[in-house]
Design a protein around this ligand. Structure first.
Ligand code: ME8
Length: 581
């Protein structure tokens, strides 16, 4: 599973051995195709949408650092359906205008957030219409569609059909009883119309087999169990079209102008469209890894694989599922007025500050809560103080007046299997050897966490090392060492060299999460753009008796604090009142 290039494997890791390779693992030279959900355009983007995109972006960037691809990251907007038709009518605009406007907001947000997408798909594009109609024709050609009268509950905000067991009754805003979806709480309506049905029930057994044969295909694991459980229940056939008289804003069923293709079939096929379906998808399919929120797990882990099997294609290689962001402990909703605008967050915390917060605090297995103080505290303590402070301290002209990457002395920091002996002759202490061991194994650890969709744990381990490095620096107090004494200077340079080496490793590893800050850090260290891949993660080569290309090299220019401390809301309030200078 850990497919780091050989140059990275300086020493055998002291961690427990990683799990064996599995389908869907990645490494140098392997093709990968990541996707986010495509987002509805009935409202502007919020931090939940951004989170999905950042998870996919961080995975994409991480894989890019492991080896030069080929890789893709697709995102986009889901523009058809009753929900959009109704939202446009309510806004007094046309669906097309609404789509253009809101799709633009998503695209701008992701560009501003440095999401490195390689394709941005809109389901209103001709290439997609062609793919969906082709897909439909393939389903029909295999005899898996039939026409029937569908009668049941439909939830327009969720664009899905629900069984009696999936609904409940709650009072609406006026206190009148109203039927709602048990899962989302959105109102449902009874519908009765003639639709095309997809023989989903025929895929219950193939789906079970697929999941049982691919235990890691859905991660984190608890979501895999949820899907298996769903497959223990009845799997009725799925209505896959709506009467055109009710839904005009969608792709017509080929050869039947009275029907519109169900928006979820339309939306799911986007993944094939971006892969080049129906002509050129084979190069990328099924190397697809979907990142999705838990709310759309059933669509991706049951309907989508079944639809793919139905047309003779393989199910996706990997489905990464994440939970939701709440705000001050509450679900985000327009009616509560607590929807958090990501662009405002960028202004307040900077792009990298907010990227870091979401990816460091977001735990895919469980819902996570956003509030302002939490972001400020985390970002100040980990980016501004621990990482930025460390860089500032070891590059300060008072401590490193020559402004170069100093030399490492193997006499001061001796290598040995038993470092208790070493202590006697060198100047390094037991804790210093622990630091070297921790940073040595960090790249493997980080890659393993990324591969297991635990980016928050990868960041946790980087931060632990940053703290250890601060401890190292503090312990040896290089500012107290005298440059004019050759023995002291040797040790002073070594302390600086080790600290800079640690920072170089952290800078490379943090690129997928905080690209601009990592660039600033690496540039300050004088590390060239072509020296920032995972093949450059050889930590402290001089300690291992190898040449270090950075030794003696001029550091990059000082462009100011790595990460400026964020103001706390209290401080800002005092400032506004003129109580603080
Ligand atoms: O469902 N926290 O689109 P959508 C974290 N168009 N992530 C959240 C979130 C929250 N509070 N709220 C939403 C659709 N998301 C369909 C998808 S894909 C073929 C079609 C994220 O605009 C999360 O990824 O409702 C969720 O699955 C997605 O946005 C739903 O976005």
């Amino acid at each position: 599973m850990l497919s780091l290039p050989a140059r990275c494997l300086l020493r055998p890791p002291r961690l427990p051995l990683p799990a064996p390779p599995r389908r869907g693992s990645y490494g140098p030279g392997r093709r990968w195709f990541l996707s986010t959900p495509i987002f509805y355009v009935n409202g502007p983007p919020h931090i939940g949408h951004l989170y999905s995109a950042l998870l996919a972006d961080a995975l994409h960037r991480h894989r890019g650092l492991l080896g030069p691809g080929p890789g893709r990251l697709a995102t986009g907007t889901d523009e058809h359906g009753l929900k959009i038709q109704q939202a446009a009518a309510a806004a007094g605009t046309s669906p097309a205008e609404l789509c253009d406007h809101v799709s633009g907001l998503f695209r701008d947000l992701f560009s501003r957030a440095a999401v490195s997408f390689t394709d941005f798909i809109r389901t209103t594009e001709p290439r997609h219409r062609r793919a969906v109609q082709c897909f439909w024709t393939a389903l029909q050609g295999r005899g898996l569609l039939y026409k029937d009268f569908y009668e049941g509950w439909y939830c327009t905000p969720d664009e899905c059909f629900l069984t009696q067991a999936q609904i409940t009754e709650r009072p609406d805003a006026q206190g009148h009883p109203c039927k709602v979806s048990l899962e989302s709480g959105h109102q449902v309506h009874w519908t009765k119309e003639e639709n095309y049905m997809f023989k989903l029930s025929e895929f219950q057994e193939p789906l079970r087999k697929w999941l049982q044969g691919n235990r890691h295909v859905i991660s984190p694991e608890p979501f895999y169990q949820v899907v298996l459980q769903w497959l223990e229940e009845d799997l009725p056939d799925l209505s896959v079209s709506r009467e055109r008289s009710r839904l005009q804003w969608g792709i017509p069923v080929p050869g039947d102008s009275t029907q519109t293709i169900y928006v979820w079939v339309d939306a799911l096929v986007n993944y094939l469209t971006v892969a080049g379906y129906p002509d050129a998808h084979h190069a990328w399919w099924p190397a697809v890894h979907h990142v999705v929120g838990k709310d759309i797990l059933k669509f991706h882990a049951i309907y989508w694989p079944a639809l793919l099997m139905a047309v003779g294609l393989d199910p996706p290689e990997q489905i990464y599922v994440h939970s939701h962001w709440t705000v001050h402990g509450q679900k985000m909703s327009k009616s509560l007025g607590n929807v958090v605008d990501p662009v405002a967050c960028f202004k307040q915390y900077t792009v990298d500050g907010f990227r870091y917060f979401l990816l460091r605090q977001g735990v895919p297995e469980r819902d996570c809560d956003y509030y302002e103080e939490k972001v400020i505290k985390l970002v100040n303590s980990e980016l501004a103080d621990a990482l930025g402070g460390l860089l500032n301290r070891c590059t300060a002209p008072s401590i490193n007046p020559s402004g170069i990457y100093p030399h490492f002395s193997a006499l001061c920091f001796r290598k040995g299997s038993d470092h208790m002996d070493v202590e006697a002759s060198g100047r390094a202490l037991a804790e210093d050897y622990e630091l070297v061991a921790s940073v040595d194994r960090l790249p493997l650890q980080v890659t393993d966490y990324f591969e297991h969709f635990q980016i928050y744990k990868a960041l946790e381990s980087v931060v632990a090392c940053v703290r250890q490095t601060n401890g190292f620096f503090q312990r040896h107090a290089p500012w107290k060492l005298c440059r004019d004494n050759p023995a002291e200077k040797c040790w002073l340079d070594t302390v600086l060299h080790v600290t800079l080496e640690c920072l170089r490793i952290y800078g490379i590893l943090l690129q997928p999460v905080i690209p601009a800050t990592a660039d600033k850090l690496l540039s300050r260290l004088g590390i060239k753009p072509e020296e920032r891949a995972f093949t450059d993660l050889t930590f402290l080569p001089r300690y291992h008796g190898k040449p270090c290309p950075f030794e003696g090299r001029r550091l990059g220019p000082d462009t100011g604090a790595l990460f400026p401390r964020l103001e706390t809301p209290r401080r800002r309030q005092l400032e506004i009142k003129g109580l603080r200078p």
